[in-house]
Design a protein around this ligand. Sequence first.
Ligand code: ADP
Length: 879
Amino acid sequence: MNEYSPPAPSPVMAQYLEIKEANPGCLLFFRMGDFFELFFDDAVAAAQALDIALTKRGRHEGADIPMCGVPVHTAETYLARLIRAGFKVAICDQIEDPAEARRRGGKGPVRRAVTRVVTAGTLTEEGLLDARRHNYLAGIAEAGGEIGLAWLDLSTGAFALMPTSEPCLAGDLARLTPGEILLPERLLTRPALFELLAEWKPVLTPLPNPRFESEAARRRLQEFYGVGALDGFGGFGRAELAAAGALVDYVGLTQQGRAPHLQPPRQVMPASVMQIDAATRRNLELMATLAGERKRSLVATIDRTVTAAGARLLADYLAAPLTEPATIAARLDAVEFFVDRPELREVLRERLKRCPDIERGLTRLGLGRGGPRDLAALSQSLGETAALRDMLVQPGLVPLPERLAAAQQGLGEHGALVERLGRALDAELPLFARDGGFIAAGYSGELDEWRGLRDESRRMIAALQARYAGESAIGALKIRHNNVIGYYIEVSANHAGKLGPEFIHRQTMAGAQRYTTAELADLETKIASAAERALALELRLYEDLVGEVMARRAEIAAAAEALATLDLAAALAELAAEALWVRPVIEESTTFEIAGGRHPMVEAALTGEGKGGSFVANDCALAEDRIWLLTGPNMAGKSTFLRQNALIAILAQMGSYVPAHSARIGIVDRLFSRVGAADDLARGRSTFMVEMVETAAILNQAGPRSFVILDEIGRGTATFDGLSIAWATLEHLHEVNRCRTLFATHYHELTSLAAKLPALACHTMRVKEWKGDVVFLHEVGPGTADRSYGIHVAKLAGLPKNVTARAEEVLSVLEKGEQGGALARLADDLPLFSAARRRAQPPPAESPAEVLLRGTHPDELTPREALDLIYRLKALAPE
Ligand code: ADP
């Protein structure tokens, strides 16, 4: 039986059940006065997720109704937690005033309706979002055998789409890291996507297949943008359209028909961005360290932006480095402009610091979810644009680099709006418009008049209180107000008899009596009507202001984008100047020449405050020699070197300066890494399996413009196995993939391949032996390492001395070759093992006789039992 269709529920419950049924898959936040309440299973789930009390309210079909609730004014915090825990929440508000409902004749409950469905991918509130990252809602669709991907950020209106394919989808999703992914139900069972989707499971929202129909999607998009054809936006494939259409549809659904502002969809061609798979992104710690923290990741290390929108743009750039030299050069020109002008950069950044985020505020206002503070933020930021524009038109600066010229244009002219908002808004602003109190005095004569009346009447109430207190000689007489009975006169119970007949009794409280008088009631009506009119007028004025902002939405969005562009260019320049980075040369070739390259995060960690370390810069030159085979001991800096070159390629192609003395980079179209694998036990893969999966991806996909770093391949298996795999991999990379490769290895045997493979060069991490100790110089030079120094590292790590001494002994035998016989002799003589074994002897187990005796209590034995015991013991003794 359906628990939500009882025979005769109460009217409110009937209303609840109807709304609940219309919003499947969501928790229903049901507005009851000052609370959002949840019932039935929703209540149980939410109480558990929020750790709040589960109570009950009324009965339904003979059972108690579980209930929990959260106060409306703090609902956002609870919402944030529920969304993070993977729930979707339908917000059901009262859409009429309870007073209105009473005027209707009190029939039926207050009207309620779902005003919004909150999901992880459709958030707009500051409190629910990370200011420095985009929160994308992504959609995947399939049509005509092709896969399309679309994504939008509802909070800023950014909207894009691209054609993709099953193999590329993982990398695309890793680039976007969407907060929520919509997809047709049928893709869930697609074997090729099974593993990928399992990884994104917590954020997947499968929807019925027809929602992803491409023709309907085309119509929906045309309707949304009010155009007759979408060709003006780009030539989109059916799959892309289907994905984009599903997004717009879903946004309409979650926003309950309110149309948010979305920029026209921008088509991203897969070839225009560097392809970086999910494992590589993780391994290179682009957005988070391997431990999952933003701190010490690449993005955190290079972020010098001073606005949230600038930080979001940086994250977007870093996630998607470009592949066209001209576009990259245009970004670099903007950075160089600010590198060359430190003073201008400083004043510009000072101005930008005063610009609060307007992108998100604009969307909130558009969705009717904004408040006076969003208007103030707009006024503040737009107010700065004039000064910023002036800064950039100084005669000495023309011609501006292309991107800055565009930004300068984009800043626009907002003087009139800023002036009006400045006049309209008070200095102190409430979060919500609904309670009023945000329009400044002097902005509207009529409003000032109503407020004057309201305040005057309040003063009269204070005077009335003084008069009543005096006349009745009750000093403690008070006139108070509450939302239930309005204004009342309160005296303590023992004074009750002292009041005259004009005092009409209203309420008896514990220890107090409440009254009213005709005079008080009269004043109250005046106050109420003045306050009501003031509030109504204030809300109208607010709507006017919002209307004015919305009328200029496109210009304001352009200004917001311009601010972010300026912030990012200046921030990258700041970084370059501060950390002594250089402008890379990007070209259409397969060169990779870095002089004096450094690893940004390792360098920052070594040279950070109070550390006093220094980072050793290293060159890397891949040209004729496409592959560098790097040998060297553990801890000598091989991984650091590999990663720093990959990071330099990413930084360069996102349009940033790079940590090096000079850099010349032929466009990298795909970046692969196979470094530092860890067990992926959650997916049932051992370290070695992870390593092989990653290696397979590289060998199957890398092409001549790819850049590959491989660290220690084949270590998770037996020596000869591993060596053979590494050997064959190297040959394949050289002969088939023909990509630029840095290959770090322990297998010195591989260096003999250098003679056979012409594009392979051997390099090694230099070490110095000094007074019996080994010093790592962290320098890369030509040649091969003659030793691994593993035992040295083991000593550093604190292995017991007898273990390292014994290891040295074994090593010297192994190094002499003729391993079989020597090893056998070594094994015969096992001083260490036997000593260890002696120490590790387990305590001898108890014999059965001992067990029997222990269970025996002599004082409790009868003579007969004692005799039995002797026989049993005898039976246990070995013959
Ligand atoms: P390997 O991969 O050879 O085992 P790593 O690259 O992990 O070595 O480096 C080990 C440590 O050596 C790093 O954590 C860092 O502290 C230091 N290191 C590496 N490269 C450099 C360098 N170029 N300059 C200074 N210190 C370095």
